[in-house]
Design a protein around this ligand. Structure first.
Ligand code: SRM
Ligand code: SF4
Length: 562
C-alpha cells in the first residue's frame, strides 16, 4: 500500500489560492490593520511581509505594518526609478530605504491602507514586488561590475533572462493591488496558469545568482544555483560553471538543519544555460520536501541524494550530459568602492552604505544627498550584494558636482572608512523582523567600531577581515562565510563563528555559544592577536583559524559573564 504523505499546511494553502489570490482582495478592504494568517503566507509571494514594530509591543497588542521588497535583478535601476523609491520611503514608509543582501530595496513600516498606492507606484516604474519573496525563484543576483567590460553585459543579460522566465505567470498581483475589483471567491473551478511552477509553486524559496569568474561579491556558493560566467583572454564567453545546493538557514537546536555551500555540478555553454537552470529548479519542484518546511530547501535534497545522483537525474530529464566543471580563477570579494573609469569613458563611484540603510541621521544625510544626485546628475544606480550603492555613467564634467553634493550632505567617500567597517554587514533584525532573537543592524555600528579599534591597535588595519552579524540563525547577512560571524542565539547573546572566507569557498565554524553582547569584542580580541603574531605570509584571518586549533574557553571567566 502506498504511504500517505502529510503535506505541510502551506502546500494546501498555495494549491487552494487560485494562483496566489486567496482572500487578499476581500481582506485588503476589510478595514482592519492586518491580514489573516493564511493571507500572511500568500502576501509573501507578492513581496510583502506583515510585521509589527517590536519596540512598541504591549502584551498581545501589535502595531502592524508591512515590509515591501522589490524584485530588481542584479540591483540595477535608473535615476527615475530610484527617485520614486526615495519618495515612497517618505510618503508611505518609515523614511528610510534598505538595500538588501540580494541587491534590492525594502521599505519598512508601510500600513495596510497604503499598500495598493505603494505597489502601484512601484509598478508604474516597471518594477515589481511580485516574487521578491515566497516559494519561487527570488531576486536573481549578479556581480555588480558597472559597465567596465562586455563581461558585465553578458552576466546581466542572462540574469535578466532567468529572472523573467522564472517569474510566476499569475495575474494575481494585478488583480489584488492594481485593479482590486475582481472577486474570485464565487468561482468553483480554477485552472492554474502556472505552466512551470504549477498551483503549489516550489516547496520553498529558491535563490539564483550569476558571478563573473573571480568575483565573489554575490557569495556564489551560498545560492541554490550559483552560476559562474567563464571568459577567455579576449573576454569572450566560454560558458558557465554551475554550483548547486547552497543555502545558509539553520536552527540553533535542530542538528538536521545546517548552512551548506553548493557543490560543483558541471559546465554548460550559453545555449544550454536556461534549459539547465530550469531543469534544476524543476527537480526541486518535483522532489523537494513538501512535508516539512525546515527540510524543504534544495540544499537538503542535494545533501541527501549526493551531487552525483542529482546530476544523473538532471541529465536524464534534460536528455544531455553536462560537461565537466572547469577550473576557475580564485574568487575575491570585491566592493567597487570609490571612483572608477568605465569602458565608455564615463565614471562610476561606489559608496559605502552602513548596513544598507539609506537615511538621514545627524550630519550624514545620505538619503537627501543621493536624492539630489539622482535628480540633478541622473546617474545609473546599481545596488550591491554587500548592501552598498554604486552611481554609474557619470560624465567627466559631472564628477566635481557629485563630489560637492556628497560633501554638502556629509557623505564621506569609502576611502575614509576602515576596511573593518567597509567589509561588515548586518541584517535588519529588531524592531521589524518577526524572527529576530537579538539586535543586529542597530547594534552593529557600535560593535564594528569596537572591533575596528582593536584591529588598528593590533596593527591589522590593512587586512580584510569580514565581520557579519544576524539577529537569528537564518543567515540573512550570510554570516557563515564571514571571517567572524555573530549570530543571535538568546536574549542579547550571540554564537560566534570563526574561519570563513571572503572568497566564499569556506564556511566558518562555531567558536563560542551564548556570548553576551558586551563581551563580543573581548571574545574575539585574543583571536585577532594570535592571528597577528602567528599567521603565515599572505594567510587570511579565516584561513589561519581553519588550520589552527581554537583556544579553550576560560570557564571561570565565561561563567561570570553568562
Ligand atoms: Fe532573509 C527570512 C531579511 C537575505 C535566509 N529574511 C527573512 C525575513 C523575511 C523574516 C521573516 O521571514 O519574517 C527577514 C525580514 C527582516 C526585515 O525586517 O526586513 C529577512 N533576508 C533579509 C534581508 C533583508 C537581510 C539583509 O540584511 O538585507 C535579505 C533580503 C534579500 C532579498 O532581497 O531577497 C535577506 N535571507 C537572506 C539570505 C542571504 C541571501 O539570500 O543571499 C539568506 C541566507 C541564504 C539562504 O536563503 O539560505 C536568508 N531569511 C532567510 C531565512 C532562512 C531560510 C532557510 O533556508 O532556512 C529566513 C526564514 C525562513 O525562510 O523561514 C529568512
Ligand atoms: Fe530576521 Fe534572522 Fe534574517 Fe536577521 S537573520 S533578518 S533576525 S530572519
Amino acid at each position: 500500500m502506498e504511504k500517505k504523505v502529510k503535506l505541510a499546511k502551506e502546500e494546501h494553502l498555495k494549491e487552494a489560492s487560485r494562483d496566489l489570490r486567496g482572500a487578499l482582495i476581500e481582506e485588503l478592504k476589510d478595514g482592519t490593520p492586518s491580514f489573516t494568517k493564511d493571507s500572511y503566507q500568500l502576501l509573501k509571494f507578492h513581496g510583502l511581509y506583515q510585521q509589527d514594530d517590536r519596540d512598541k509591543r504591549q502584551g498581545k497588542n501589535k502595531e502592524y505594518s508591512f515590509m515591501v521588497r522589490c524584485r530588481i535583478p542584479g540591483g540595477g535601476l535608473s535615476a527615475e526609478q530610484y527617485l520614486v523609491h526615495d519618495r515612497l520611503a517618505d510618503t508611505h514608509a518609515n523614511g528610510t530605504l534598505r538595500i538588501t543582501t540580494r541587491q534590492t530595496f525594502q521599505f519598512h513600516g508601510v500600513i495596510k491602507q497604503d499598500l495598493s498606492e505603494t505597489l502601484s507606484a512601484i509598478n508604474d516604474q516597471l518594477i515589481t514586488t511580485m516574487a521578491a519573496c515566497g516559494d519561487v525563484v527570488r531576486n536573481v543576483m549578479y556581480s555588480p561590475i558597472p559597465d567596465v567590460s562586455t563581461k558585465q553585459e553578458i552576466v546581466k543579460k542572462y540574469a535578466n533572462e532567468i529572472s523573467d522566465k522564472l517569474l510566476p505567470r499569475t495575474k494575481a498581483f494585478h488583480d489584488v493591488w492594481l485593479d482590486g475589483e475582481k472577486v474570485y471567491s464565487g468561482e468553483k473551478e480554477y485552472a492554474s496558469v502556472e505552466t512551470f511552477y504549477g498551483p503549489s509553486y516550489l516547496p520553498r524559496k529558491f535563490k539564483i545568482g550569476i558571478a563573473e569568474a573571480g568575483d565573489n561579491s554575490i557569495d556564489v556558493y551560498t545560492q541554490d544555483i550559483g552560476i559562474v560566467a567563464l571568459f577567455n583572454d579576449s573576454d569572450q564567453l566560454e560558458g558557465f560553471n554551475l554550483i548547486a545546493g547552497g543555502g545558509l538557514g539553520m536552527h540553533h537546536k535542530k542538528s538536521d538543519t545546517f548552512p551548506r555551500l553548493g557543490d560543483h555540478l558541471g559546465f554548460v555553454t550559453e545555449d544550454k544555460l536556461y534549459e539547465t537552470v530550469e531543469g534544476i529548479v524543476a527537480i526541486q519542484r518535483d522532489h523537494g520536501d513538501r512535508t516539512n518546511r525546515k527540510q524543504a530547501r534544495m540544499k537538503y535534497l542535494i545533501h541527501n541524494w549526493g551531487i552525483d545522483k542529482f546530476r544523473d537525474v538532471l541529465e536524464e530529464r534534460l536528455g544531455y550530459e553536462l560537461k565537466p566543471f572547469r577550473p576557475m580563477p580564485d574568487f575575491e570579494l570585491k566592493l567597487y568602492h570609490g571612483w572608477h573609469r568605465q569602458r565608455n569613458g564615463r565614471w562610476f563611484v561606489g559608496l559605502f552604505v552602513e548596513n544598507g540603510r539609506i537615511k538621514n541621521e545627524g550630519g550624514l544625510r545620505l538619503k537627501d544627498g543621493l536624492k539630489e544626485i539622482a535628480s540633478s546628475i541622473k546617474p545609473g544606480i546599481q545596488l550591491t550584494p554587500h548592501q552598498d550603492i554604486i552611481l554609474t555613467d557619470i560624465k567627466e564634467e559631472d564628477r566635481e558636482a557629485v563630489e560637492d553634493i556628497l560633501k554638502q550632505h556629509g557623505i564621506p567617500l569609502p576611502e575614509s572608512y576602515s576596511n573593518t567597517v567597509r567589509f561588515a554587514m548586518a541584517c535588519p533584525a529588531m524592531p521589524t523582523c518577526g524572527l529576530a532573537i537579538t539586535e543586529s543592524e542597530r547594534v552593529m555600528p557600535q560593535i564594528i567600531r569596537e572591533i575596528e579599534n582593536e584591529v588598528a591597535r593590533i596593527g591589522l588595519q590593512d587586512k580584510t577581515i569580514t565581520v557579519r552579524m544576524t539577529g537569528c540563525p537564518n543567515g540573512c547577512a550570510r554570516p557563515y562565510v564571514a571571517d567572524i560571524g555573530f549570530v543571535g542565539q538568546s536574549l542579547e547573546k550571540y554564537a560566534i563563528y570563526i574561519g570563513g572566507s571572503s572568497s566564499g569557498t569556506h564556511m566558518n565554524t562555531k567558536y563560542r555559544d551564548l556570548v553576551p553582547f558586551g563581551e563580543l569584542t573581548n571574545t574575539v580580541r585574543p583571536l585577532l592577536e594570535q592571528y597577528k603574531n602567528e599567521h603565515k605570509n599572505g594567510e587570511t584571518f579565516g584561513g589561519f583559524w581553519r588550520r589552527t586549533e581554537f583556544p579553550q574557553p576560560n570557564v571561570e571567566a565565561d561563567a561570570q559573564t553568562k
